[in-house]
Design a protein around this ligand. Structure first.
Ligand SMILES: Nc1ncnc2c1ncn2[C@@H]1O[C@H](COP(=O)(O)OP(=O)(O)OP(=O)(O)O)[C@@H](O)[C@H]1O
Ligand SMILES: [Mg+2]
Length: 143
């Protein structure tokens, strides 16, 4: 398959769009015939990334979140979630389990969950310019 399938969504950082985003990705991924476990992992990772945009990227205003999903060869689902918010000053530190700037309400486990549920996770960020979270998940081929 040279030209794989893809979809791009854009929505404001309203908290109701967290459920929308994870369901939209799950609907898109359904054509790959995922297992329920794979679908659950993908939904959770998307939910964590979109929640971060809502909570951290745009702490006291609404901003734009973009979501792109592609199907790559060898049954790989590729997901990019982007914001143009405050950015992350130190990505390595932010990726550490339990690191949070969110106070007692947050456990600092979002990136750790994304990393363990997905096959790969890359984060690029620039202070004041925004953050991009790029995740991939290789799905089993079912006979
Ligand atoms: N899109 C983003 N924009 C700005 N900062 C972010 C973004 N995503 C994450 N961060 C920063 O990275 C930290 C770690 O994120 P992570 O998702 O691992 O934990 P958390 O959101 O603080 O807690 P939890 O996800 O467990 O509720 C956040 O506390 C925040 O400082
Ligand atoms: Mg989080």
């Amino acid at each position: 398959m040279k030209f794989g399938n893809y979809m791009i969504l854009e929505f404001p950082s309203k908290s109701c769009n967290e459920a929308f985003a994870r369901s939209a990705v799950a609907c898109f991924a359904a054509q790959m015939d995922p297992t329920l476990e794979e679908l659950g992992d993908i939904r959770t990772a998307v939910s964590e990334a979109v929640t971060n945009c809502i909570v951290h990227a745009y702490p006291d205003k609404l901003g734009i979140i973009t979501l792109r999903c592609r199907i790559l060869k060898d049954n790989v689902l590729d997901i990019v979630i982007k914001d143009k918010g405050v950015g992350i000053p130190d990505v390595e530190q932010a990726r550490r389990p339990s690191f949070t700037t969110g106070g007692a309400e947050r456990s600092g486990m979002g990136f750790t969950i994304m990393e363990s549920f997905m096959t790969s996770l890359e984060i690029t960020s620039a202070e004041g310019r925004g953050t991009s979270v790029h995740m991939r998940r290789k799905l089993q081929r079912r006979q």
